[in-house]
Design a protein around this ligand. Structure first.
Ligand SMILES: Nc1ncnc2c1ncn2[C@@H]1O[C@H](COP(=O)(O)OP(=O)(O)OP(=O)(O)O)[C@@H](O)[C@H]1O
Length: 199
């Protein structure tokens, strides 16, 4: 058995907007999916549905573990690493402390901040937008979760930061993970593309 994600006849209406309907998609270990489409097309909403944070209007999300179990609820959440549009940086903790905090929470080893272009002693409150993004990426990597959901992962990043995102995504998929990234900017990776908001 391999880790896999399937969307079956998925539909979502938010407010008066019918965002998608009859959406079928199968991803398995190693797959990378770019989620594209104009502002308001439903990219973030779809990722929230996949994460179990938002109930679909119709259809179903199936996540199957390597053991062959279909998971939902907390078990589903434990498969997912989320990099959202908010970086969730603690202002009062230095970069190194934040990574050690998250590493303890996930039962993982804390990565070296320098590997993400960050200084360990730098307080969260003084990080620039791009540095916060780098810290959020480091946190995502340490989770060790199989399914990564990334919302505009390149936002605020410089050339080196963008290359770092590509490198981490490539490594994640090569090690048997699945990644879905909502993006307005190509990530430069081989993979599948799903465009929402088409008439
Ligand atoms: N809580 C909500 N209630 C009703 N409508 C909502 C809610 N949240 C979002 N929407 C609407 O759902 C639509 C899709 O929003 P979503 O954030 O998924 O789009 P997106 O493709 O990620 O956009 P962007 O490219 O701007 O990030 C938008 O029209 C938005 O106004």
């Amino acid at each position: 058995m391999t880790f896999a994600l399937a969307l079956e006849r998925l539909a979502l209406v938010r407010g008066h907007h019918k965002l998608f309907a009859g959406l079928d998609l199968s991803l398995r270990e190693g797959d990378f999916l770019s989620l594209t489409g104009p502002n308001g097309a439903g990219k973030t909403s779809l990722m929230r549905v996949i994460a179990g944070l938002l109930a679909p209007t119709g259809g179903i999300v199936r996540i199957r573990t390597e053991a062959g179990d279909l998971v939902d609820g907390e078990d589903r959440a434990r498969c997912i690493g989320w990099l959202g549009d908010r970086d969730a940086v603690k202002p009062q903790l230095a970069v190194g402390e934040q990574l050690r905090f998250w590493a303890r929470l996930y039962g993982a080893d804390a990565p070296e901040p320098e590997a993400f272009g960050l200084k360990p002693q730098m307080p969260g409150q003084f990080l620039s937008a791009g540095q916060k993004r780098r810290l959020a990426l480091a946190r995502l990597v340490l989770t060790g979760r199989k399914l990564w959901l990334l919302d505009e992962p390149l936002a605020a990043l410089d050339v080196g930061g963008k290359a770092l995102v590509a490198e981490k995504l490539t490594a994640h998929c090569a090690s048997g993970g699945i990644a879905i990234a909502a993006t307005h900017e190509p990530l430069g990776l081989d993979g599948l593309t799903l465009r929402l908001g088409e008439p």
